[in-house]
Design a protein around this ligand. Structure first.
Ligand SMILES: [Zn+2]
Length: 466
């Protein structure tokens, strides 16, 4: 499920820092997850002391992060001596004695490689530094761990995967997801590290058909390798090493978004999944009648305006896309009827002129649960968070509407719709941790345990393994 929008998305749209890249991940092996000896401790985050960090003593959890798919060719290098190996057998194909490169191209169902004056074909090819302190490089990016190259499943070209351990991966995730901050916000960075670690473990295997564990983009979590790690974010990862959030013994679905607008969401009212007792609607404030932690965020309040003509143009695409999206398995029952045609000749694929927008239902948190969009073709019943995809901003920035917590304002000239505006709060789906709220909680002296207990009520801090 696409997870929009975190602080990364805010940054990516040029508000702060132009960050953006796409990667992917998949877990190779997950030793210790359900593991040999089971969890060492079980501590409610609300009441128990913060466990001492105990870096994994056994085999680390390994991940496969998908960096690219359908690449025509790949030129990879290592910044020190490295081996080029056959991925299936582990057989050495070539040795690079110093900084050197391997070039890969697709050859039927195999990978054709060239390295160290040798060439050959293999089903998968691995580039592994002899010293784990060295890095592998692709383009301007460098990564811990090793590269694996395989033919892209069901497509042309090659898939580039970065195999590495979970804790190293998180160093390349945390700064891109929550940003770089001063030491007074450390507890929020730690909360982000725990949320990202938990998200990773709870999503292992969901991208298996792609040949990796997780995408390295907003589809999962943004990961950009080791070149731009942040010392405080690294410390946050180390301080929380091996700690995850669990509910009834399983890693929770640790969703997070940039700004909840003052109230978080019940997951089942936003997406066709859940409910989850730890992903519930609650005020993001220290107490009743107090300002939300995230209320000073610059996107806490926002307004988006379209001419009716421009919105009609956007909806010519977005409404049929919505109907198609909601008719996919697992969503139909949740959504209910999505299109009521005006007459027998009307088609959901051709919305025609825009006549009216009306909010028919709201979620517990006040987000739009159902928006009726009336066009020449009939009425589209837009449900949950998908209203953000239907009401895409005029200039494509941001890519979708900031949040589903909004009012609609219509300007008419007689019966004719002239302008549509939405006035709203928050940025993102509002499920789970509110990143801007967590940063303020940290500034106000709350520790990581208190922050996690606030955003994932009832979840328990636990150790990954061994
Ligand atoms: Zn918030």
């Amino acid at each position: 499920m696409r997870r929009i929008s975190t602080l990364h998305d805010v940054f990516a749209r040029g508000d702060i820092v132009p960050w953006r890249v796409v990667l992917m991940t998949f877990v190779l092996i997950s030793f210790g997850l359900g593991g040999c000896s089971g969890p060492k401790r079980t501590q409610p985050v609300e009441t128990e002391p913060w466990p001492d960090p105990e870096p994994a003593a056994g085999t680390p959890t390994l991940l496969a992060v998908g960096l690219l798919e359908k690449a025509k060719s790949l030129e990879l290098s290592a910044d020190g001596p490295a081996l080029v190996m056959d991925g299936a057998s582990g057989r050495r194909l070539a040795r690079l004695d110093g900084p050197g490169k391997v070039v890969c191209k697709r050859d039927g169902r195999k990978v054709a490689w060239q390295a160290g004056g040798l060439r050959g074909t293999s089903e998968t090819v691995i580039l592994q530094p002899l010293d784990p302190g060295h890095r592998v490089n692709h383009g301007e990016f460098e990564y811990r761990g090793e590269f694996l190259v395989r033919p892209t499943p069901g497509g042309e070209g090659l898939t580039l995967v970065n195999n590495l351990d979970l804790e190293s991966y998180l160093r390349g995730v945390v700064p891109w997801e929550i940003g770089r901050h001063e030491r007074n916000r450390m507890a929020a960075l730690e909360a982000q590290a725990v949320a990202a670690r938990t998200y990773t473990l709870s999503h292992l295997g969901t991208r298996k058909s792609r040949g990796f564990d997780l995408y390295a983009s907003v589809k999962d979590q943004v990961y950009k390798g080791s070149a731009d790690e942040d010392p405080l974010c690294n410390l946050a990862v180390d301080n929380t090493a091996g700690l995850v959030l669990r509910f009834e013994g399983r890693e929770i679905e640790a969703y997070y978004s940039a700004c909840c607008g003052g109230v978080s969401s019940n997951i089942e009212e936003v997406w066709a999944r859940g409910p989850k007792p730890y992903l519930i609607s609650k005020p993001d404030s220290p107490g009743a009648d107090e300002d939300a932690y995230c209320s000073t965020f610059r996107h806490f309040h926002w307004r988006e305006v379209w001419t009716a003509k421009r919105l009609e143009e956007i909806m010519r695409k977005s409404l049929p896309e919505y109907v198609k999206y909601m008719t996919q398995p697992g969503r139909t029952d949740w959504a209910g009827p999505v299109f009521s045609p005006r007459d027998g000749s009307a088609s959901a694929d051709r919305p025609g002129g825009l006549r009216n927008l009306e909010i028919l239902a709201r979620t517990t948190s006040g987000r739009v649960a159902q928006l009726a969009v009336t066009t020449d073709a009939g009425v589209y019943h837009v449900r949950g968070d998908r209203v953000r995809w239907v009401l895409k901003p005029s200039d494509g920035n941001p890519f979708i509407l900031r949040s589903a917590m909004f009012e609609v304002e219509l300007v008419r000239d007689g019966d004719h719709l002239v302008e549509v505006a939405t006035r709203g709060r928050g940025y993102g789906h509002g499920i789970g941790l509110c990143q801007t709220g967590a940063l303020v909680m940290a500034e106000q002296g709350n520790n990581v345990r208190e922050i996690l207990a606030h955003y994932y009520p009832g979840a328990v801090l636990d150790e990954v393994g061994p």
